[in-house]
Design a protein around this ligand. Structure first.
Ligand code: GLC
Ligand code: CA
Length: 568
């Protein structure tokens, strides 16, 4: 079956590059575009179709580039526009596409739009942002920032507050203003004219706030509350996205891809965002499965309940089966490393569990995303001291606990497990100094395990985590059933086995995975007898299913194919 060009992204696999931490070419300890160019053959060898590049725009780097002060310039830290063009040309030469990060819920406070907006109450850009008077001498409403404290910042010069859902140096744009929307459309078109192939849209379901910015329900006495219901999936967001598609993409030839990052999005909303008939987005990043091990807040680690994790992902598989499309991810620059989080990073199980997690994710229906280093099974970093943390979210959290006289030991333990810093340690290229990332000390410490966990030792090893990812990506390209097959969970209540089928009228796949240290026998329906092994993560797996029981070793995963003649 050949797929219409318009949904080529359904069989694609995306690789995310976080430029600060990927490869440093000039020895300043920070990754850059020239460094990425030098490593593109590696990315190509993995077999991915698309690169998503985290922001390289000009930025004061308050939030590592997610605070943009010029949307049409490359930050000198990362290189030049000419280097960007060379990078893009090389990506295309290698047969891949490039998706840019689009951060337009907010700008940097150093963006000229904001400078003008803040300068006077009567200027032409005043209403590009949310300016409000104090209410009873305090914040205009009770919304808390996602990075801690109030979502409002008092600005002395014009004596009003402005809204920032993230850090105070990331003021929110007011999308009710058509001039703001037009400015965003223009900058998107500017990058598409340069040749990029789409966008990953940062917190794009936050662009429409509840009319009137009403208080969120809070506990009496609580000052700032998590007000996500007041700005996620707001009243006009679908209109804004449909308008964006119309203005930016409708008259353009080419194959593009869009993915919206959407904290708190529900399956019902996601179906609307990704319904092809609505012309909004190709897919969204949902977060439900990223919160199953979190308690009171994201740094309150409560342990993994595998049943809850499975149920969450299965729910999304089923919710978007008829209409819409899922993205599939374990990792990105905002999440701790999955092998340490949902796998088992003990040396005996590290590689096997990394492959198990990859297998269950890539076997599902959706577009898989691989975050740099995930394909090597990179682990969390053993943070021991607060000063090793760099991320603004981590630091705000730690300092908040410190100021409140809370338990800083527990805070550090939570951050060590769950902080974004874990994703941002340098890419581990080799066993040498600074892991081959840079010729000098990197901006984040290199994980000491780079001496044995690195790209050089894996790219040529047939049984490496890298090779397993390569094999999964190859399967996604080769087997239409991985794209189109219906998803049916098996053994949903089992706390250790992750199993499901993918079926079409003519073929079937069964994915069986043991997510634990005990050997387990799994009962399979007799109709699977004779199915042949397509991919496993351990040696000596049975080449076909010969009985109604399959025994799985600790952290073993297998994919069996039935009726292999057609494969979908
Ligand atoms: C998104 C980004 C994250 C950033 C935030 C604010 O969640 O992925 O890194 O801090 O938006 O832009
Ligand atoms: Ca550099």
């Amino acid at each position: 079956m050949t797929r219409p060009a318009s949904d080529w992204w359904k069989s694609a696999v995306v690789y995310q590059i976080y430029p600060r931490s990927f490869a440093d070419s000039n020895g300043d300890g920070i990754g850059d575009l020239a460094g990425i160019i030098g490593r593109l053959d590696y990315v190509r060898a993995l077999g991915v179709d698309v690169i998503w590049l985290s922001p390289v725009y000009r930025s004061p780097q308050a939030d590592n580039g997610y605070d943009i002060s010029d949307y049409r310039a490359v930050d000198p830290m990362f290189g030049t526009l000419a280097e960007f063009d060379a990078f893009l040309a090389r990506v295309h030469e290698l047969g891949m596409k490039l998706v840019m990060d689009l951060v337009v819920n907010h700008t940097s406070d150093q963006h000229p739009w904001f400078a003008e907006s803040r300068s006077t109450r009567v200027g032409s850009k005043r209403d590009w942002y949310f300016w409000r008077d104090a209410r009873d001498g305090a914040e205009p409403n009770n919304w808390g920032s996602l990075f801690g404290g109030s979502a409002w910042q008092w600005d002395q010069s014009t004596e009003q507050y402005y809204l920032h859902l993230f850090e105070r140096r990331q003021p929110d744009l007011d999308w009710t203003n058509p001039e703001v929307r037009a400015a965003v459309h223009d900058l998107m078109s500017w990058w598409l004219d340069r040749g990029v192939d789409g966008f990953r849209m940062d917190v794009i379901n936050f662009i429409s706030k509840a009319d009137g910015l009403p208080d969120a329900p809070g506990i009496p006495g609580q000052t700032f509350v998590n007000a996500i219901d007041r700005f996620a999936d707001g009243p006009h967001v679908h209109d804004y996205l449909a308008e964006m598609t119309r203005v930016v993409f409708a008259d353009r030839d080419g194959e593009f891809m869009t993915v919206g990052e959407m904290p708190a999005v529900t399956p019902d909303e996601a179906r609307l965002y990704t319904d092809p008939a609505r012309h909004e987005l190709n897919m969204v990043f949902q977060f439900e499965h990223m919160s199953v091990d979190q308690g009171a807040d994201k740094f309150d680690y409560v342990g993994l309940d595998l049943v809850a994790l499975k149920k969450s992902l299965h729910r999304w598989q089923i919710a978007l089966a008829e209409t819409g499309w899922n993205s599939l991810y374990w990792n990105n620059h905002d999440q701790p490393r999955v092998v340490s989080r949902f796998g088992d990073d003990h040396p005996d199980y590290w590689a096997a569990s990394a492959k198990v997690l990859a297998t269950v994710l890539h076997g599902m229906r959706g577009t898989p995303f691989v975050y740099q280093g995930e394909e090597l099974g990179m682990t969390n970093y053993p943070f021991r001291h607060p000063w090793e943390l760099q991320d603004i979210e981590s630091l705000n959290y730690y300092n908040g606990v410190l100021e409140a006289g809370g338990d800083t030991g527990a805070a550090l333990a939570g951050l060590t497990r769950m902080s974004r810093d874990n994703a941002r340690t340098p890419m581990q290229w080799d066993a040498g100094p600074h892991a081959g990332f840079s010729s000098s000390a990197p901006w984040m410490p290199v994980n000491p395990n780079h001496t044995w966990l690195n790209a050089e030792s894996q790219v040529c090893a047939a049984d490496s985590v890298f090779a397993h990812y390569q094999a999964l990506i190859h399967l996604r390209h080769r087997l239409p059933i991985l794209v189109d097959g219906d998803f049916t969970p098996l053994m949903a209540e089992d706390p250790q086995i992750w199993a499901y089928t993918r079926t079409t009228p003519t073929a079937g796949l069964v994915v069986l995975a043991n997510c634990g240290r005990d050997t387990r026998a799994v009962d399979v329906d007799p109709e699977w007898t004779g199915a042949t092994l397509l991919l496993g993560n351990l040696p000596n797996a049975e080449a076909s299913i010969t009985s109604t029981t399959v025994e799985l070793a600790p952290w073993e995963a297998r994919i069996y194919l039935a009726r292999p003649g057609s494969a979908g």
